[in-house]
Every structure is written in structure tokens, then in C-alpha cells.
Design a binder for this molecule. Structure first.
Ligand SMILES: [Ca+2]
Length: 85
């Protein structure tokens, strides 16, 4: 019987699947942390909100707030995360 997929291909597929799941989980975690840190619920994290709720965002605030608005959105953080990977 012909083997449909090689063991190596299977390992590669599983590795990609696991990496994808881990990434999806960290995005979900980040979104819930963002929501918790966004005290006034306006969808924007100011420096003070970031300092209290997401210290890693605060530490990289200038990098994440690429438009220099003085706040970051969840999309800003996702973009920054993607560029760090
Ligand atoms: Ca806010």
C-alpha cells in the first residue's frame, strides 16, 4: 500500500498546527488582557492604562504606537507582535 504522507511531512504539519494554536491562544489572551487593561472601554490603551494593565505594552509603547497618537489599539499590538515573531 502506498503511503499517503511521509512521517516527516506529518511532523511538519503537526508542528505548524501546534504553532498556530499557540499563536491563536496568545492572541486570545492578549485580547482579554487588553479588554481588562482598557479601563474606560474605548478600545484604546493610553500610557497610563498600559502601565497598569499591560506592562510589556507600556515598555514598548513608543514602538507599538507607530502613529504617535498617545494610545495603542489592539490592532497596533497585533501588528507589533507579528513583527516581533
Ligand atoms: Ca482606554
Amino acid at each position: 500500500m502506498k503511503q499517503v504522507i511521509s512521517a516527516a511531512a506529518l511532523v511538519t504539519a503537526m508542528t505548524l498546527l501546534c504553532a498556530g494554536a499557540a499563536q491563536a491562544q496568545s492572541v486570545a489572551q492578549m485580547e482579554s488582557r487588553f479588554a481588562a487593561a482598557d479601563k474606560d472601554g474605548d478600545g484604546k490603551l493610553t500610557k497610563d492604562e498600559a502601565k497598569a494593565g499591560m506592562p510589556r505594552v507600556y515598555a514598548n509603547f513608543a514602538k507599538i504606537d507607530r502613529a504617535g497618537n498617545g494610545y495603542v489599539t489592539i490592532d497596533d499590538i497585533k501588528t507589533a507582535m507579528a513583527s516581533m515573531m
